[in-house]
Design a protein around this ligand. Structure first.
Ligand code: ADP
Ligand code: MG
Ligand code: MG
Length: 251
């Protein structure tokens, strides 16, 4: 599904290397987690996959479903089935959530060479997905993320993910502002959307999230590389002992 090989990336601004040879393969239908100390490059990895400005890929490849992600425009990445959860947390006053979702879905369809979805079909689909995810219909009418609680933003993110039906979902659950309830929402959403043909890369600083999403594989990232890979027990090891033992072991 996603194969990252020897990925190096630096800050565009000053050339400071951040990713220093990331190797990572996420198989079809699997949930992989990346954990690691603060500043190890986890978010940078997701930004580079998203094609965010400010980072320069200096070496390596990232292949999604046989195609080179790094050579694509951000819209093409979305059309190719890549979803990045932090892509849409912005507040958009004056734009209804429904309108926003419809624009995103149709932009993706257009990039895939598909026809626009009719408003009837769209309405049916969005209501169905909202129901499946236990999302209040009222949230669909409100302006995007404006005045949403942390939990509502998370629900909305999951709804966006459900609507775009991605093959590869990358969720960067940054350390701040994710309370236990919001964490459970993210986990429920991921679990509801887990299926053959859809893979997840869940980035998190905390083991707690992984109590609710049982990952197939856990990676530890440190200083711009994946330094250790294991099963779910690796997350427990981090919970119990922190990163120091693992980092000493791989040093
Ligand atoms: P993590 O998500 O694992 O906490 P990050 O990817 O956010 O790590 O950051 C990795 C390192 O790169 C940190 O030392 C951070 O300060 C630096 N970094 C990342 N992006 C920027 C940026 N835009 N400007 C300056 N430093 C950055
Ligand atoms: Mg950080
Ligand atoms: Mg981060």
């Amino acid at each position: 599904m996603l194969e990252i090989t020897n990925l190096h990336a630096a800050l565009e601004e000053d050339g400071k290397p951040i990713l220093k040879g990331v190797d990572l393969t996420v198989e079809d239908g699997k949930v992989h987690a990346i954990m690691g100390p603060n500043g190890s490059g986890k978010s940078t990895l997701s930004y580079v996959l998203a094609g965010r400005d400010g980072y320069e890929v200096t070496e390596g490849t990232a292949i999604l479903g046989g195609e080179d992600v790094l050579g694509m425009e951000p819209e093409e990445r979305a059309a190719g089935g890549l979803f990045l959860a932090f892509q849409y947390p912005v507040e958009i006053p004056g734009v209804g959530n429904m309108t926003f979702l419809r624009t995103a879905v149709n932009a993706q369809r257009k990039a895939r060479g598909q026809e626009e979805m009719s408003s009837t079909d769209f309405l049916k689909l969005v209501r169905e997905k909202a129901r499946e995810l236990d999302i209040d219909a009222d949230m669909l009418k409100r302006p995007v993320n404006v005045g949403f609680s942390g939990g509502e933003k998370k629900r909305n993110e999951i709804l966006q993910m459900a609507m775009l039906e991605p093959r590869m979902c990358v969720l960067d659950e940054t350390d701040s502002g994710l309370d236990v309830d919001a964490m459970k929402l993210v986990a429920q959403g991921v679990n509801a959307l887990r299926e053959a043909g859809r893979s997840f890369l869940v980035i998190t600083h905390y083991q707690r999230l992984l109590d609710h999403i049982r990952p197939d594989v856990v990676h530890i990232m440190a200083d711009g590389r994946i330094v250790k890979t294991g099963g779910p027990e690796l997350a427990l090891e981090v919970e119990n002992n922190g990163y120091s033992d693992i980092l000493a072991e791989v040093a």
